[in-house]
Design a protein around this ligand. Structure first.
Ligand code: NAD
Length: 447
């Protein structure tokens, strides 16, 4: 699905016109392509205070062949990224060093450039001044994200003292085209056993991944990306969507499994299938979801119940059944729940939907410690405005406004949600647990 305004604003005549009229010019985002370099240009790695991650960051970049600079070369080629190790900030005066690193580098960033700041979590600080300075970085990063143009993004990783081994996978994600529509986000890492030697091109090789609601839309995209990354995908959807489900499964060499996830025996049927055919499961993506919009005053029980049943209760029941099924959920398993920006910001006419999607966030946070004990993780992604067949049917004005009110000035694509879920499913994302990652281009709603 094309974005007519973005295409127009980037055309010869259109570009001149939007400039003269002072209109926004949404960029063509850099998206992941297997085999492409991690970044299109060199990266600057700087520090604020006595940081502890500078070496790790340099090694991550050098391992994938990105040239690392310690300072900006004003005449050199455009930068692919600037990374700031701010783990050493002890108080507000150290923040000036962050400005000193970021300001000249941001000026030299190329298209779809990346700003990535790493800091210690405010909750682990020794003093209020240290906590304040660490928290201040969130305001800094979220504001830089709003100032960047040309598809640039800025994100923040909080890294506790014992979580250094968790850093490389998330750093690669935030620099790569996989995170094209993830902007202004804060992710807190935890200490974890991170396996080495991952195949960058096929990080899910040999894994079995269940994707619910895989017959179309975002779910079909998740299934395709997971299969591209090496997983065998068990694509789940209702019997009524059987034909398109079979088409998706055939296209990716996966398995189609017709199942209404709200049926009383849904978990047992799926578990039986996974045991019999695959011996277990490594990744479960709870993507199936429905909307039944009405203002609360007009919301009948059927609308309320069906949305809560599909979007929340089924995620809870299936996850609990997988945890209970002995030996089924592999150690290092990954569960990802699909939430929504509506679950964070609320949305008129969507009390049922927003409640269900906020519930998904509560679910992953509550289960994270249980998953950590098993060497597994559970996280949520919260998509913002994603361009699908559903949004294509919206009235023109609503669609245009909905898709532009974010820092990237455009709607995301299903593949942007899929790439984020596939990243959370990777072995090297072991240190990301109980997190909610918005895929919303830094939407102005609920920010
Ligand atoms: N499209 C967006 O902009 C957007 C934004 C935020 C969140 N989301 C969430 O992303 C997910 C996918 O959204 P989408 O736009 O691709 O929706 P979609 O309606 O195109 O696809 C949802 C799929 O889920 C399946 N499904 C519904 N009920 C089911 C059930 N009981 N059992 C099994 N499968 C069932 C449907 O048959 C369908 O194939 C949903 O959870 C949605 O809430 C979407």
């Amino acid at each position: 699905m094309s974005d007519w305004y973005r295409d127009f604003a980037n055309s010869g005549v259109g570009s001149t016109l939007v400039k003269q009229l002072g209109l926004p010019r949404p960029a063509v985002l850099r998206r992941y392509e297997p085999g492409a370099p991690l970044l299109p240009g060199p990266a600057v790695v700087g520090t604020a205070g006595e940081g502890r991650l500078h070496k790790t960051l340099t090694r991550v970049l050098e391992d994938v062949g990105v040239p690392v600079l310690s300072a900006v070369d004003a005449d050199g080629e455009r930068l692919g990224a600037v990374l700031l190790d701010a783990t050493g900030v002890t108080g507000p005066t150290d923040l000036a060093a962050a400005r000193d690193v970021l300001a000249p580098a941001v000026k030299r960033l190329g298209p779809s450039g990346r700003v990535l700041v790493l800091a210690a979590p405010p909750s682990d600080a020794d003093s209020p001044a240290q906590a304040a300075a660490r928290q201040a970085l969130e305001g800094l990063v979220r504001s830089v994200a709003k100032e960047l143009r040309d598809g640039g993004t800025a994100n923040l990783l909080f890294v506790p003292a014992d979580a250094e081994a968790s850093v490389p996978g998330p750093v690669r994600f935030f620099l790569s085209g996989r995170s094209a529509y993830v902007d202004g986000q804060v992710v807190t890492l935890t200490a974890a056993d991170v396996p080495g030697g991952e195949d960058e091109e096929r990080p899910l090789a040999g894994q079995v991944a269940v994707v619910t609601g895989a017959a179309r839309g975002i779910g079909a995209s998740i299934a395709r990306v997971m299969a591209r990354d090496g997983a065998h995908v068990v694509a789940v959807d209702v019997p009524a969507a059987g034909q398109s489900l079979a088409e998706v499964a055939n296209e990716i060499g996966g398995t189609a499994f017709q199942l209404d996830i709200t049926a009383a025996d849904a978990a047992q049927r799926l578990i039986g299938h996974l045991r019999e055919r695959h011996g277990g499961v490594d990744v479960v993506v709870h993507n199936a979801g429905i909307t039944r919009d009405k203002l609360l005053v007009n919301m009948d029980a059927a609308r309320w119940d069906s949305v809560l049943a599909v979007n929340l209760q089924a995620q809870l029941d299936l996850t609990q059944a997988l945890l209970d099924a002995e030996g089924l959920l592999g150690s290092g398993a990954r569960v990802v729940g699909v939430s929504s920006q509506s679950g964070i910001a609320g949305n008129r006419g969507q009390t049922n939907y927003a409640a269900s999607k906020a519930g998904v966030i509560g679910m992953v946070r509550a289960w994270a410690p249980t998953f950590a004990e098993r060497g597994a993780t559970i996280n949520a992604v919260a998509p913002g405005f994603i361009v699908t067949e559903m949004t294509a049917k919206m009235p023109f004005g609503t669609r245009e406004i909905g898709s532009r009110i974010n820092s990237l000035q455009q709607g995301g694509l299903p593949v942007d949600v899929a790439e984020t879920i596939a990243w959370l499913s990777q072995p090297t994302a072991a240190g990301v647990n109980g997190q909610v990652v918005r895929v919303c281009g830094q939407s102005f709603l609920g920010a």
